[in-house]
Design a protein around this ligand. Structure first.
Ligand code: C5P
Length: 306
């Protein structure tokens, strides 16, 4: 009987901006986005087991092959010819779905944890490749902190950390399908620039980003607010309650806002909770260093290659 047993966080993300630049030949869309890791987190507990078993604190989350954790485990087992299983317990705190990257983050943490559990030697770029197969947001979760995502969202380049201590995330009780949100995007949102100019556009936008001004843009807002007006109300509520700047995260349904102080975050949290049945999370940004340090098993830093 082995004593291998460890617990890792799986952080959520928000998008400081999200521009959809065009439709690609493979059916995906060309994106330019700035990801930010935040302190809201799920937790994955790993232990050895002869079979592959996933259990979850939330009964609504599928624990079979539909779950990205199981998909990630199966890819690893196949690629590295692993005959062992694992028992994984998922403590779910990130709304799913919600535009906060919960499933993608779980997939990345599963890949990190399982390579440790199964003692697989893997290169950082292999994490990124397997991550991109699992979902467009997964590669970001091998970096954390603040980072630009381009292409499908899988081409990551790091940015200096943005620090915001007082963020409030609100998730109304409606679901938005990411595929549907992309499908509903109006052609007016899309540009057909060359890959080179897209890259330049994205970099410029990221370098000039000023969170305190009205730079926060998400191209999904118009269509998603039309599909689910309650999400628009959530954004307006955050502003009414003192939020300095509010934005849809990913394709929703979560929206976030920046606040000035702990007191104003607390007041807004209480007010929203007393009036609405929305989930409300007071969070902070997570720097890349803190992100990496949280992903330790014993003395080993799981993310060392960037
Ligand atoms: O990669 P992921 O599984 O997160 O994508 C979900 C869906 O969102 C895709 O099937 C596709 O319809 C859409 N999508 C897209 N362009 C992207 C990312 C996602 O059209 N860059």
């Amino acid at each position: 009987m082995s004593d291998k047993f460890f617990k890792l966080p799986s952080f959520a993300k928000i998008n400081w901006f999200l521009r959809v630049l065009g439709k690609r030949a493979d059916g995906f869309h060309e994106l330019c986005t700035a990801f930010q890791a935040v302190s809201l987190a799920d937790y994955l507990t790993f232990s050895e087991h002869e079979k592959l078993i996933l259990t979850c604190s939330n009964q609504k989350i599928p624990t079979d092959e539909r779950n990205l954790i199981i998909k990630a485990a199966n890819i690893l087992r196949e690629k590295f010819n692993i005959k062992k299983g694992a028992s994984i317990y998922l403590e779910k705190n990130i709304p799913a779905p919600g535009g906060l990257g919960g499933g993608s983050s779980n997939a990345a943490t599963a890949l990190l944890g399982l390579t440790k559990l199964w003692e697989i030697e893997i290169e950082f770029k292999e994490f990124l490749e397997i991550g991109a197969r699992l979902g467009s947001d997964v590669p970001f979760f091998f970096y954390g902190g603040t980072a630009v995502g381009m292409g499908r969202g899988t081409e990551i380049s790091t940015l200096p950390n943005f620090e915001e201590k007082y963020l409030l995330i609100v998730t109304p009780n409606v679901n938005v399908s990411t595929a549907q949100a992309f499908a509903n995007l109006n052609a007016a949102h899309l540009t057909n620039k060359s890959p080179k100019s897209i890259l330049a556009l994205c970099r410029d936008f990221a370098d000039d980003l000023n969170l305190r001004q009205s730079d926060l843009t998400n191209d999904f807002e118009t269509t998603v607010f039309e599909l689910e007006p309650e999400i628009k109300s959530a954004k307006e509520k955050l502003i009414d309650c003192g939020g300095k700047n509010a934005l849809l995260s990913g394709s929703g349904a979560s929206v976030f806002a920046i606040f000035d102080s702990e007191g104003s975050v607390q007041k807004a949290t209480e007010q929203i909770r007393s009036e609405k049945d929305w989930r409300v999370f007071a969070v902070q940004t997570i720097s890349r260093e803190k992100y990496k340090n949280s992903l330790r098993v014993g003395e080993d830093l799981l993310l060392t290659n960037f």
